[in-house]
Design a binder for this molecule. Sequence first.
Ligand code: ZN
Length: 362
Amino acid sequence: MRGFLTQVRDMRPSQPPGEAATLAAMKAWVLHDIGGPQSFVLEEVATPEPGPGEVRVKLTASALNHLDIWSSLGMPKPHLPHVAGADGAGIIDAVGEGVTAVRPGEEVVVNPSVGCGVCAACLRGDTPLCSTYQILGEHRWGTLAEYVVVPDRNVLPKPEQLSWEEAAAYGLATGTAHRMLRRARLSAGDVLLVVGVGGGVSSAGLALGKAMGATVYVTSTITDKICRAIQQGAAGGFNSTNQFAKDLKRELGHGADVVLENVGPATWEQSVRSLEPGGRLVTCGSTSGTKVEITVPYLFFKQLEIMGSTMFDYDEFAAVTDLVGDGRVPVALDKIFDFGELPAALARLEAGQQLGKIVLRF
Ligand SMILES: [Zn+2]
């Protein structure tokens, strides 16, 4: 961890010079260069003000995503200086002009998927295809800070039954998994295979798949992760380094109706081969590389569908908030760190040791 700077620095491009010293300060983990996860520096910066239609949330907890690591590596390169962090929960602390739906003092969860709300894509529920689409912590300053500013439509009441850590943890991962399973038309009675269980999206995919009435199998290279997934409701698991398509079909006598992928080249061929004729593979990521091969005759003879998915719309965020809020979908927490322990938390995420979400507590 690099040095903690005590002076207040206002780094917003629009801020007039000379005003910085008078602004209230907040602590934030700031990226000044693209040097990987060790580039985050804990600093004091000016607390952002909510603009028209925006609210400011004093965060109580934030959760990490691989997105934070990608940002620190410049994939894609954020506008610097940058504050990463997509997930969080806290208390509304200030509202901008025209905001009437929420008030200071309300406990909220933050929706990291920001669309304009009025374009054709937004109106048909394709928020991630909005022409001005933003992911919190990627395209705008995020939740690795004491305060975050978002549009008022990007907060929902915090479900009472959830702890602050749980409320902060489910947003991006569960929302993403929900859209994936919806796009792949997962139905009750289907067999769902979650490839590479352990990360946030795949853990959420397991929990959501169970809640939707599917029988869920998992794969991992780590036996302990398979055992923990079975404790969380998976019907069984297979080692990702083996030919898991064969293992799955031997165990079940048939393949999977839906495969949830975010590994990419390392597992792609086996993931496709795991599908039942007419099956759907849905992917939201590619942690092992970017290019895969497709055997075209296998694709059309089996009438397979391969689809991409990313993030989620406002209705989907509300749907997962309901599912998580009343306990139908448990939030898998891996480990809770103090806000100042970001480097250790990121190291755990980078090493792939987690099963569930890594949370920072303020
Ligand atoms: Zn839009």
